[in-house]
Design a protein around this ligand. Structure first.
Ligand code: NAD
Ligand code: GLY
Length: 363
């Protein structure tokens, strides 16, 4: 078992990473006998894990309730938030109820946002069950939902009181979803740590084969890298934005193609390629490293070309509304070598559109 600290003063918390400890999950929860908890999960996870989870909670004498919502990115909406809040009110949950997010990044973002706004804020715990949520979405307190006009456009910063990761949940995860999570893993290597990138190159086959020790190391490493960034820039005014490598392009793909049609990590994979090609056009990234990244994304079974249905002009409206845009100026996270990335302002739209065009065809 490994513990990683997110150091945020009064809002500090621990990420606990273990394997095959579901039976002991209540010993990791920061809850005591008699406490109220509300599990929020979805219709896919519920038949697999919910009954067992509830009976473990009851055994630990925690007063447990649950809400099961529909599964999918297309349900990450204000309507779902309103639905959950309606149930919390009808069942008389007050500010002493702790919400427990049990699922992937979608459930985590939804639960966190409800926790941020229900009765002006309640406590919540993250139990992420996808690779993507274990290495990224459950950590750092970004919560929220999508708008038709843009991804994650409505939300709040609200830190969980604990993140509890059990790598065994990944055994039931569909391979396409596992690959989606690998996009965020590879992202950490590109933006922050050249030797971790090299480690992923060496271990990608073991990761894809769900080798227990390899996965545990990988999740711990990603959480450590993210913990360091979040602990120093909780509200994303500075360095935290480098975690968004590829996201300006990727979010455009997710919104334009219809939420849920392209998985988040798939869209980010293409976004990473578009970002490194932009760096290349600006003369700050070498071809050898571009090939290493593209090769690794392909080995992780991730796409490297944008959707054929999308023209470069289709990206533009979403890119203009990107949260990093200030006064209409396009800001991108661009690597200068593997392991080093920075925020670049005022990138000409024409250059980026040209890069997108090329990434549709000849990347
Ligand atoms: P997801 O939550 O949609 O989960 C993917 C699929 O896997 C779903 O169908 C889910 O039901 C299923 N699933 C989950 N765990 C499973 C398990 N153990 N076994 C079998 N099936 C399982 O997608 P995701 O990739 O986890 O998260 C993507 C979301 O996370 C996006 O909305 C993205 O914007 C968000 N995100 C948030 C942050 C953040 O910092 N808050 C960071 C990155 C991504
Ligand atoms: N996933 C980006 C962030 O947490 O800042």
């Amino acid at each position: 078992m490994k513990k990683i600290n997110i150091s945020l003063g009064k809002r500090s918390y621990k990420i606990i990473i273990s394997s095959d400890r579901f039976n002991d999950i209540c010993s990791f929860l920061p809850l005591r006998p008699g406490d109220n908890a509300m599990i929020i999960t979805n219709q896919t996870l519920s038949p697999m894990y919910l009954n067992k989870f509830i009976s473990l909670m009851k055994k630990s004498k925690i007063e447990v309730d649950y809400i099961t919502i529909a599964d999918g990115e297309q349900y990450k909406t204000l309507e779902t938030i309103n639905y959950i809040i309606g149930i919390l009110l009808k069942r008389s949950h007050d500010r002493n109820t702790t919400l427990i997010s049990f699922g992937g990044g979608v459930i985590g973002d939804i639960t966190g946002f409800v926790a941020a706004i229900y009765q002006r804020g309640v406590r919540f715990i993250q139990i992420p069950t996808t690779l993507l949520a274990q290495v990224d979405a459950s950590v750092g307190g970004k919560t929220g939902v999508n708008h038709m006009l843009g991804k994650n456009m409505i939300g709040a910063f609200h830190q969980p009181i604990s993140v509890i990761i059990d790598t065994n949940f990944l055994l039931s995860l569909p391979p396409r979803e596992f690959s989606s999570g690998l996009a965020e893993v590879i992202k950490y290597g590109i933006i922050l740590d050249a030797s971790f990138f090299q480690w992923i190159e060496k271990n990608i086959d073991l990761l894809m084969a769900l080798n227990k020790d390899t996965i545990s190391y990988c999740i711990s490493k990603c959480c450590e890298l993210k913990a360091d960034i979040v602990s120093n820039d909780e509200y994303d005014f500075g360095r935290r934005s480098i975690l968004n490598l590829g996201h300006t392009f990727g979010h455009a793909i997710e919104a334009h193609m219809g939420y849920g049609s392209w998985l988040h990590g798939e869209a980010i994979s293409v976004g990473i390629v578009m970002a490194i090609r932009t760096s290349e056009r600006l003369g700050q990234f070498n071809t050898k490293d571009i090939n290493r990244i593209i090769n690794l994304l392909q080995r992780a079974k991730l796409p490297i070309y944008g959707p054929v249905e999308m023209m470069s002009k289709d990206y533009l409206p979403y890119m203009i509304r990107d949260k990093k845009v200030i006064s209409g100026k396009l800001k991108l996270i661009l690597p200068s070598s593997i392991g080093v990335a920075e925020v670049k302002n005022n990138i000409p739209y024409e250059l980026v559109l040209d890069v997108i065009n090329k990434c549709q065809n000849i990347c």
